[in-house]
Design a protein around this ligand. Structure first.
Ligand SMILES: [Zn+2]
Length: 306
């Protein structure tokens, strides 16, 4: 089984509703490609583009929830909503699990009821920010670099109470440490190692070490700029980031978060979800069975709060 902890298909469907989830060539993850792939559990992010005016953002998040249920879950008997370990364990070999996440809390403004509504609609992991600032925290591109606001602390405590992950990918440096102070279920769904590739979206050694110490998940992502400064990025670059995190002690923390449909960057040999088999083959060549299982599913499943 492979679990992939990040993609932006919902945004792509929302941008252009005439795109078919079934077989659109414009999607790196569509039904046909997914069925042809070793990925069994795919996380789908609600990501409301920053251009959407504040007054419309929550509505747009709800529209994406609608797309998730109407276009991905409802039409296919082989795709099940998953929110817990038990639901993932219950998947048959021919079935796929779809897990709903929120990328960035800007759609909730400063309203905990809106967050609670999204959790009740099935959101199982919450990224506090995208790259900009919001009422919860600053994102990594906000120069001020502030950490969690008082409201942000309430958000993280609510996620703790509801056994929902707090995702630190995209968060400001200070925000990362504030979250690690109070989150029961911290994780990074799609970030790589800064020491290897100094991109602001990657995690430095101190951050990686803290996540490893806390036994928290780190999803290596396939965004080319986060993988290497020397394009083209290849599957080998993914191996190098995985190995780096494992060498720091992260064998039981590391995983995979592709960001398919959230980036235009292309990795040679890993264009879409159907090409995951190329990655799987390389993992099997490079690592023991035990480590391959840890990377592809065991780490993330062991850490699931529910
Ligand atoms: Zn992202």
């Amino acid at each position: 089984m492979i679990v992939d902890t990040h993609c932006d298909v919902l945004m792509k469907l929302w941008e252009r509703p005439q795109r078919s989830f079934h077989d659109s060539d414009e999607l790196r993850i569509n039904y046909i490609k997914w069925m042809d792939s070793p990925v069994q559990v795919q996380w789908f992010a609600i990501f409301v583009p920053e251009e959407v005016p504040s007054s419309r953002r929550f509505e747009v998040a709800l529209e994406m929830v609608g797309l998730f249920y109407d276009r991905i879950i409802a039409p296919y008997s082989s795709i099940k909503l998953v929110t817990s370990k038990e639901e993932i364990a219950a998947l048959q070999p021919n079935e796929k699990g779809a897990l709903l996440t929120l990328e960035g809390c800007h759609p909730i403004g400063d309203d905990l009821t809106k967050l609670l509504t999204l959790l009740r609609l099935g959101v199982t992991s919450v990224g506090l920010t995208w790259n900009q600032a919001n009422a919860v925290c600053d994102g990594i591109q906000e120069e001020r670099g502030a950490g969690l606001s008082s409201f942000g602390k309430k958000v993280v405590r609510l996620l703790n109470d509801y056994k929902v992950w707090t995702d630190v990918s995209h968060l400001s440096y200070q925000g990362f440490w504030d979250v690690l102070d109070i989150a029961d279920y911290p994780m990074a769904s799609h970030s790589n190692a800064y020491t290897l590739t100094p991109h602001i979206r990657n995690l430095n050694d101190k951050q990686l070490d803290e996540l490893i110490k806390r036994n928290a998940y780190i999803g290596v992502t396939f965004v080319a700029d986060f993988l290497t400064e020397q394009p083209p990025a290849t599957i080998d670059d993914i191996m190098i980031h995985l190995q780096y995190i494992i060498d720091r002690g992260g064998e039981r923390c590391v995983g995979l978060g592709s960001d398919f449909d959230g980036t235009n960057s292309i990795i040679t040999g890993l264009y879409d979800i159907s090409e995951y088999e190329h990655l799987y083959r390389e993992l099997s060549n490079r690592f023991s069975n035990d480590i391959v299982e840890n990377i592809t599913n065991r780490n993330i499943l062991r850490m699931m709060p529910k």
